[in-house]
Design a protein. Structure first.
Ligand SMILES: Cc1cc2nc3c(=O)[nH]c(=O)nc-3n(C[C@H](O)[C@H](O)[C@H](O)COP(=O)(O)O)c2cc1C
Ligand SMILES: Nc1ncnc2c1ncn2[C@@H]1O[C@H](COP(=O)(O)OP(=O)(O)O)[C@@H](O)[C@H]1O
Length: 300
């Protein structure tokens, strides 16, 4: 997959299938667009381009709050997901006022046609231009609009997934994403208490602007040095020790070694319980033993 910046000069000579959207999380609803794109691309023997934005378009329209920068995936994971979904050209455009204020006709001429598309694929609620129209087929390209993808609770949406993640409903979030929600961080030093508990934990500092699961204890898998290990993790304030800072910590089962400075990816699988403020360390250890049984038993 090639990653490109959309600018005045961009022009594809080959014909393409163009997919349009922001795609936070690339969830099952989004994946339906790419499934269609792959189908059409195979029939027409064309490559797939996606035009997307580095940040959410809402930044251009609404009063800023730092939450608006939070995403379901890191930029790296998002690029990986586009590649897994069959995208050949990932093209980024800053969603500026000028871009937003184009009419749909201008959008078609200044943006869509630069991709030389045979077919353009969007979601049912994707509108273009200041006139907020659905994109329409022209002499140059055919537009396919993918209908709403839903489950028994309604539309599959990034909003629903964000809510599930932030409420700790990880299994639900994963079901809507079609993959395990993940967080990548750098292993840094904590208070060196974990080893006393019998469960050394890699404390993660997270540099990406992403939604974190709710405070609690989770079953997880950990990607580390190209291998996948089962573990359990805690997100919270270490209440038993009167902690004041929120930490993300993970213990990897059947592993020992110094891993400071390493990058780990935690795949959140299921919530085990809420955080508890225990009377003493022994109670915490007893509970963690029970948590370990649950986490080890969890089957994907
Ligand atoms: C699976 C798991 C469950 C945990 N549950 C709790 C808990 O219920 N209450 C609590 O205060 N701390 C809990 N912790 C956090 C421990 O307090 C923390 O890992 C320990 O203080 C080590 O901190 P350190 O890495 O800074 O040394 C849990 C940690 C893990 C890995
Ligand atoms: N099974 C394991 N899972 C996670 N980290 C481990 C494991 N075994 C050893 N470690 C190492 O121990 C460190 C955690 O020890 P801990 O006592 O919790 O101290 P601190 O929280 O100060 O780092 C990790 O950062 C890692 O380098």
């Amino acid at each position: 997959m090639e990653i490109l910046e959309f600018n005045e000069e961009i022009k594809f000579d080959e014909e393409l299938i163009l997919v349009l959207g922001y795609f936070d999380g690339l969830h099952l609803g989004h994946q339906a667009l790419f499934a269609e794109a792959r189908k059409v691309a195979a029939v027409l023997n064309l490559k797939i381009a996606v035009l997307t934005f580095p940040e959410k378009p809402t930044l251009t329209f609404e009063k800023f709050s730092p939450d608006m920068l939070l995403k379901l995936t890191s930029d790296q994971k998002r690029a990986d997901l586009f590649a897994e979904n069959g995208v050949d050209y990932l093209v980024f455009k800053d969603f500026t006022s000028d871009f937003a204020h184009q009419t749909s006709e201008e959008f078609s001429k200044n943006v869509v046609l630069k991709f030389n598309p045979k077919v353009v694929i969007t979601g049912f609620d994707y509108t273009t231009g200041s006139d907020m129209q659905n994109l329409k087929s022209t002499e140059d390209y055919r537009v396919i609009i993918i209908p709403e993808q839903a489950d028994d609770q309604g539309k599959i949406s990034s909003t629903r997934i964000r809510k599930a993640v932030e409420e700790g409903e990880i299994a639900q979030a994963n079901a809507l994403l079609g993959y395990a929600y993940e967080t990548t961080g750098l292993v840094v030093h904590g208070f060196a208490r974990g080893r006393q508990l019998g469960y050394p934990t890699a404390n993660l500092v997270i540099k990406d602007f992403i939604h974190l699961p709710a405070v609690g204890v989770y079953t997880c898998d950990v990607l580390f040095h190209g291998e996948r290990h089962r573990g359990f993790a805690s997100i919270g304030y270490n209440d038993t020790f009167n902690g004041t800072e929120k930490t993300v910590e993970v213990h990897i089962f059947d592993f020992s070694g110094e891993i400071y400075g390493e990058k780990l990816t935690v795949l959140w699988l299921d919530k085990i319980r809420d955080m508890i403020k225990f009377e003493n360390m022994e109670q915490l250890i007893a509970q963690m033993k029970e948590d370990e049984r649950i986490a080890r038993r969890y089957r994907l």
